[in-house]
Structure formats: C-alpha cells, structure tokens
Design a protein around this ligand. Structure first.
Ligand code: SAH
Ligand code: SF4
Ligand code: F3S
Length: 462
C-alpha cells in the first residue's frame, strides 16, 4: 500500500478493546496509515465495539447512522471512506451488522486483527468483507510490538494484555462467546513488551485479561507461570515503578497471588475483584462457582497480606429470580467489604446466554430502583474511603498537566486522580503527595518531603 491514509479508531467497552485498538493502529502504521482524532478526516474508520449489555451493542447502530452521513460527504468530495466494525459486536453479530447497516464495509472479530491489511484489501476488491472465524494462529504472534513513538505519546501508564478469553461461562455473560477460549501469552513476549514500554517512558503497567488471575503463560523455563510469578518478573523490569492487574475472578486468587501482594511494594494496594451479587442463591444461578463467604474469606486473606488493600467490584442487579432478600444480601456485602468503589449494572439479557432464557425476569422499575439503592450504598462507602485519605501521604504517579496552570494530575495508588501543584519536569515521576482536600471527582494534594506517614490500614478497611 502506498501514500498516507488516515485512520480513526473509536473504542467502546473494556480495556482489552483499548489495548487492541492501539495494536491495530500500530499494525496499520506499518501500512502507511496515520491516526487522526477527527472522524471526518478518516479514510478508514474502525469502531471497536462492546457486546456486554444491550445498550452498549445498540449504541453502535446509532453511531453507524451518523457515519452514513460522513461517508456520503466523503464520497461527495471524491474520497472513499471505509467503515469497519471490530470487537465483540462484530464477533457476536457478524453478517447481521451489514444487513442492518449497509454503510459497513468490513466486519471482523477480536481474534482476527492481525489479518487486517488483507481484510482491507479484500473489502476494497470485493466491496465487503466479514470475518468472524476464530483463526488457528495466535494474533499476538503476528501483531507488531507497540511502536515506540506511539507508546511514548500515550503517556506514562499503559495496559498490556496478558490473557484473553474466558472459560468460566457465567450464565449472564457474552465474553466466552465473543472472545473465545481462554489463552495466555508467553511470558517472554510480555516481558519484552513491558521493557519496550518502560523504555518509551511508561512507569506503570496494568496487566489485563478477562480473567487475568487465571493467567498460565509459558515461562522461559518451559513451565507454565501463574500471575504471581509474572508480577514478580514484571516488577523487576527497569523503569517500571508501579503495577496493577485487572480483571480478577474471585475463584482464582491463589496463595501465590496473595503472597505477591505481601511481597511486592510496587504492586498497587488496589484490587478490582467483582462479586456481582451478595446472595448465595444468585451467585449459584450466575454460575460464579463461589459463595458470599468464599468471597469474604478471599478478601480477608488478601487484607492479611496487605492491610492497606482497597477493593472495588462490579455488581449486577435484577438478575432473573433476584428477590428483595437476595438484593438485601448484596447491599450487606457492600458494607461488609467496605468497597472503595464499584460499577453496578442492571441485568441485561444477552442473546445465546443461559440466563436470557429464564422466565423469572425482574421488572424494569424494580431493577432501576435497586440500581439506585446500590449506587447510593456504594457512593457512601466511596465517599468515606476518600474522606479517610485526607491528610495521608501516598505515592502519586504524575501523568500530565492538571486543570489549572502549574498543576499536574496523577493517580494515587487507589486510582483516584490527584491534582498537585508541581513543575512539569515531574511528569512520569512517582512522588509522595499529601492529600489536602477532596474534590467531587478527584483529590487535591501537595508535594510532600521524602517519606511520609503512608496509608494506615484503617484507610482501606471497612
Ligand atoms: N471477567 C469479569 C467481568 C467482565 S464483564 C468478571 O468475571 O468479573 C464486566 C462486567 O459487566 C461484569 O463484571 C458484570 O458486572 C457486567 N456484566 C456482564 N454481563 C452483563 C449482563 N448481561 N448484564 C449486566 N451486566 C453485565
Ligand atoms: Fe464473563 Fe464470567 Fe468470564 Fe467474567 S468470568 S468474563 S463474567 S463469563
Ligand atoms: Fe465488551 Fe467485549 Fe470487553 S463485550 S467488556 S469489549 S470483552
């Protein structure tokens, strides 16, 4: 391919999609595409889509409606705009997408990104291309390493996919169908990628996967490595100052992983460990394969290893058959764990999943009412957590200019944005900051001297 073409990628859904979008852009950079922030300028427009809830999936069709106008305007200017739908809606709906939205030229699932140049050529030659097979080869073996210039411009905190797909088959969830079976990337590849990111100025990496703590990638020693061992190795990469991983399943919190939280100061004391519901009955119906007590025990084991660990969760309200008593158990677990934050969702029936076939639907107004009560309960916990941070000193990774002149904004160990008066040269540094004030969506802090009191265990606990 010759000449410069412009690419615009729009990501929806989880961090895996954000990561994939970056890798697609890296791949297409080799083909002569440059990224543009303006969809109107693009020659190739990729929507990297999410199928997790109905609303997420439907959003794509309204977006495609707008894109029809863009395509017509491009044609009037004598340009061809190629429209591609990637990601989980592409995988789940395939041909249906071009039937509903003829503006689409190209549809391809999350495991086919490495074939993108060939698919673009096919769409140009044949007018259209749809690819939703799960290929036998591993896309990661074919995607180029993240480009240095590109990663550098993406800041000091980066995501690295280490595991993909899911074999757990929770009864509400599309991920095992859209992403396919669980696979782990080889350790050497991951470490190479982290080293390249560190060289490009990245200081914090978040290892990501739909079930990241089920990681079991081939190690350089020929043995399968668990996540704990991988974290220990990543912590040794020069330049990496802070580590996170997400999303974890409560079933896969091994003793090794707990020990990593005890032993690795670089591992942030913040863990997203979705529980979905506090009711044993509902957890069983969801096929989560653990009960509320198992979850509470897991939280205790982790807190024993790392007393300042703060937990966040995802919740689903209004799962089929959920009674007021079940929901009361969910409200109770919010207080028992003392979550520092949570995402809560109304149950959304997804095509092809077992729960969608259940008759015992919770009426919409009840779902909405439960969602509101849950969000209030979580909000109170989150506010209490933030309030306990006032006066504490913790390490903030300064990322970029803040809201006001002279300010930088960074992230606390607990992922809260923190606004700090600090010189620009401190971007990319992990510096002790004392929290002076609480804003609505961020904390305000001042640079502290070396040391500081750190976060006492009481800040994270219930
Ligand atoms: N692998 C992660 C979850 C990935 S999906 C885990 O097991 O925890 C992200 C979140 O979306 C889930 O935690 C769940 O809370 C929510 N979710 C998934 N399917 C849903 C559905 N059908 N309706 C509503 N929320 C859903
Ligand atoms: Fe979905 Fe369950 Fe797999 Fe998470 S563990 S991705 S909720 S099936
Ligand atoms: Fe959505 Fe697919 Fe992620 S369904 S949440 S984009 S794995």
């Amino acid at each position: 391919m010759s000449g410069t073409r412009k690419l615009h990628v729009k990501s929806y859904g989880c961090q895996m999609n954000v990561y994939d979008s970056h890798r697609m852009a890296d791949l297409l950079a080799r083909e002569g595409y440059v990224e543009t922030a303006q969809a109107e300028d693009a020659d190739l427009l990729i929507l990297n889509t999410c199928h997790i809830r109905e609303k997420a999936a439907e959003k794509i069709y309204s977006e495609l409606g707008r894109i029809r106008g863009l395509k017509q305007r491009a044609a009037a200017d004598g340009r061809r705009l190629t429209v591609a739908v990637a990601g989980c809606v592409a995988q789940a709906e395939g041909e249906e997408i071009v039937r509903r939205a003829p503006v689409v030229d190209l549809v391809f699932g999350p495991q086919s990104y490495h074939r993108l140049p060939a698919l673009i050529a096919r769409a140009a030659a044949e007018g259209r291309a749809v690819e939703t097979e799960f290929p036998v080869e591993d896309k990661f073996d074919f995607l180029p390493a993240p480009a240095r210039a590109v990663t550098a411009s993406r800041g000091v905190a980066a995501f690295v996919t280490v595991q993909e797909g899911c074999d757990k088959f929770c009864t509400f969830c599309v991920v095992p169908y859209t992403r396919g079976a669980e696979i782990s990337r080889p350790v050497a590849k991951i470490l190479g990628e982290v080293a390249a990111l560190a060289e490009a100025g990245v200081r914090e990496v978040t290892l990501i996967g739909q079930n990241v703590n089920a990681f079991h990638g081939a190690g350089p020693d020929g043995e399968p490595w668990g996540l704990a061992r991988l974290l220990r190795a990543v912590a040794e990469v020069p330049g990496i100052l802070r580590l996170r991983y997400t999303t974890s399943h409560p079933r896969d919190v091994s003793d090794d992983l707990v020990a990593a939280h005890r032993d690795l100061p670089k591992l942030a004391p913040q863990l997203h460990l979705p529980v979905q519901s506090g009711s044993d009955r509902i957890l069983a119906a969801m096929n989560r394969r653990h009960g509320r007590d198992d979850y509470l025990r897991t939280v205790d084991r982790l807190r024993a290893a790392r007393p300042d660990l703060a937990f966040s969760s995802d919740f689903i309200v209004g799962f089929p058959g959920e009674t007021e008593a079940d929901f009361a158990d969910t409200l109770r677990i919010v207080d028992e764990v003392g979550f520092a934050g949570a995402f809560s969702f109304k149950y959304s029936p997804r095509p092809g999943t077992p729960a969608a076939r259940e008759d015992a639907r919770v009426p919409e107004p009840e779902k909405a009412e439960r969602l509101q009560r849950l969000q209030e309960a979580v909000g109170r916990r989150q506010a209490a957590f933030n309030a306990r941070c006032r006066g504490l000193t913790f390490d903030v990774l300064l990322e970029k200019p803040g809201r006001r002149p002279g300010q930088l904004v960074g992230r606390s160990p607990y992922l809260q944005p923190v606004q700090v008066m600090a010189p620009d040269r401190l971007v990319g540094e992990l510096v002790p900051v004392t929290v002076t004030d609480l804003g609505t969506n961020s904390l305000f802090g001042a640079l502290a001297g070396a040391g500081g009191p750190g976060v006492p265990a009481s800040a994270a606990g219930a």
